[in-house]
Ligand binder design. Structure first.
Ligand SMILES: *[C@@H]1O[C@H](CO)[C@@H](O)[C@H](O)[C@H]1NC(C)=O
Ligand SMILES: *[C@@H]1O[C@H](CO)[C@@H](O)[C@H](O)[C@H]1NC(C)=O
Ligand SMILES: *[C@@H]1O[C@H](CO)[C@@H](O)[C@H](O)[C@H]1NC(C)=O
Ligand SMILES: *[C@@H]1O[C@H](CO)[C@@H](O)[C@H](O)[C@H]1NC(C)=O
Ligand SMILES: *[C@@H]1O[C@H](CO)[C@@H](O)[C@H](O)[C@H]1NC(C)=O
Ligand SMILES: *[C@@H]1O[C@H](CO)[C@@H](O)[C@H](O)[C@H]1NC(C)=O
Ligand SMILES: *[C@@H]1O[C@H](CO)[C@@H](O)[C@H](O)[C@H]1NC(C)=O
Ligand SMILES: *[C@@H]1O[C@H](CO)[C@@H](O)[C@H](O)[C@H]1NC(C)=O
Ligand SMILES: *[C@@H]1O[C@H](CO)[C@@H](O)[C@H](O)[C@H]1NC(C)=O
Ligand SMILES: *[C@@H]1O[C@H](CO)[C@@H](O)[C@H](O)[C@H]1NC(C)=O
Length: 300
């Protein structure tokens, strides 16, 4: 009995290593022939996104691939200038956004000033994966957000300092750099950056004020940025996407989610999402496939 058990165990280990080898070298894959453009430059375009009417779920998911002016080709969200850098089927869309800045000359006359807004029909700015940040030593960073078309809120932070000696690197805790979370359910924001004294008191080490929304962990503040963040034009932002306006319990469409997947309610706004069932992977909007190979051992 002992011996038999050990043999079974041994066979088990051999099988397990054979299976794991098979899985890493030859993962079972479901290839769905759609005839749709599945890449734009380096960015994959999974359904429900698509570059043509036949390929996307609805016009919210239109990706415009610009291959005439960009090499590699650059995808944009719908017909906007919002640069898409990655799309995941678990409901995230990664984009690049410019930063708002206000610069002054030595005597306090305004130089370049650019505020910034982002307007999204349907998609939402991820409240869990982004932060709003202000950088400067004479800086008031203001974000105005709209939840849908109805509710507006204004938030923000300020940072005022006399010199760089108390500015701590690698943290954004109020001296030279301040941050606040983003509210849920925002489809629009407007960023404005201002200074109290036209940067005149701090000009020699901090001629500009900056403000931006950025993906958490993607901005690592250091004191030299007070002197110069002008070279940073774009920073990554994460959007949440979902389909339509209805939650799972109200989705009447048949087969809202495809094989081996289930409808999943969305926490940052309206609409529904699909999620592969446990043990399955792939694109739940097309159908998920198994990740395990099941082998039944019959008793000798
Ligand atoms: C595109 O992907 C290739 C291979 O992964 C990489 O070498 C290249 O730098 C990428 N280009 C851009 C613009 O990200
Ligand atoms: C590509 O981008 C350029 C420059 O932004 C623009 O003028 C052109 O219309 C775009 N082409 C397409 C097909 O969107
Ligand atoms: C700042 O700009 C104002 C207006 O353009 C100009 O009159 C002033 O001379 C400038 N000061 C310096 C120090 O460049
Ligand atoms: C500094 O800002 C104040 C108010 O914002 C403005 O009235 C003043 O003209 C500015 N100073 C300069 C030198 O531009
Ligand atoms: C102001 O903007 C112009 C054009 O966008 C740019 O060439 C210049 O370097 C900017 N100046 C500052 C101080 O950022
Ligand atoms: C910092 O600024 C305040 C207000 O302008 C001033 O009273 C104080 O002396 C300054 N401290 C230093 C160390 O410069
Ligand atoms: C910021 O940069 C420092 C030095 O490179 C590094 O030790 C730290 O882990 C970074 N922090 C983040 C949040 O990336
Ligand atoms: C913070 O980082 C900047 C740039 O890397 C460096 O010049 C400065 O000395 C650092 N400050 C401290 C307190 O370590
Ligand atoms: C997006 O921004 C990051 C960080 O600034 C930059 O490295 C990357 O090249 C940008 N991507 C595109 C497509 O512009
Ligand atoms: C969501 O609802 C609004 C009105 O409440 C409607 O205008 C819009 O077309 C709907 N969007 C989708 C994708 O159904």
């Amino acid at each position: 009995m002992q011996k038999l058990l050990r043999q079974v165990a041994l066979i088990g280990t051999l099988l397990a290593s054979a299976i794991s080898a098979a899985q890493t070298t030859n993962t079972p894959q479901v290839v769905v022939e759609t005839g749709c453009q599945d890449k734009c430059g380096n960015v994959s375009i999974p359904y429900p996104f698509g570059t043509t009417k036949e390929c996307y779920h609805d016009p919210d998911f239109l990706i415009t691939c610009n291959d005439t002016d960009y090499n590699p080709p650059q995808p944009f969200l719908r017909k906007s200038n919002i640069e898409v850098t990655d799309i995941s089927v678990d409901g995230k869309l990664y984009i690049n956004q410019s930063i708002a800045k206000a610069c002054y000359n030595e005597s306090g006359a305004p130089l370049n000033r650019s505020n910034h807004y982002l307007s999204l029909a349907q998609f939402f700015i991820s409240d869990t994966e982004n932060k709003f940040i202000g950088v400067g030593c004479d800086t008031r960073a203001v974000i105005s957000g709209f939840q849908g078309k109805n509710y507006q809120y204004t938030g923000g932070c300020l940072t005022i300092c006399n010199g760089t000696e108390y500015v701590e690197n690698y943290t954004c805790s109020g001296i030279g750099c301040c941050q606040t979370p983003i509210a849920k359910g925002m489809t629009y924001f407007d960023i404005e950056v201002k200074s109290y004294n036209n940067q005149t008191e701090v000009w020699d080490f901090n001629p500009c004020s900056y403000a931006f929304v950025v993906q958490e962990g993607k901005f690592n503040f250091t004191s030299d940025m007070l002197k110069d963040l002008r070279s940073v034009e774009q920073l990554p932002v994460v959007l949440d996407w979902s389909i339509g306006n209805k939650s799972c319990s109200n989705v009447v469409e048949n087969n809202a989610c495809q094989g081996n997947s289930a409808c999943s309610d969305f926490e940052n706004g309206l609409g529904y999402r699909c999620k592969c069932n446990d043990g399955y992977e792939g694109n739940p909007y097309l159908g998920c496939h198994g990740t395990y190979i099941y082998i039944s051992l019959t008793k000798p």
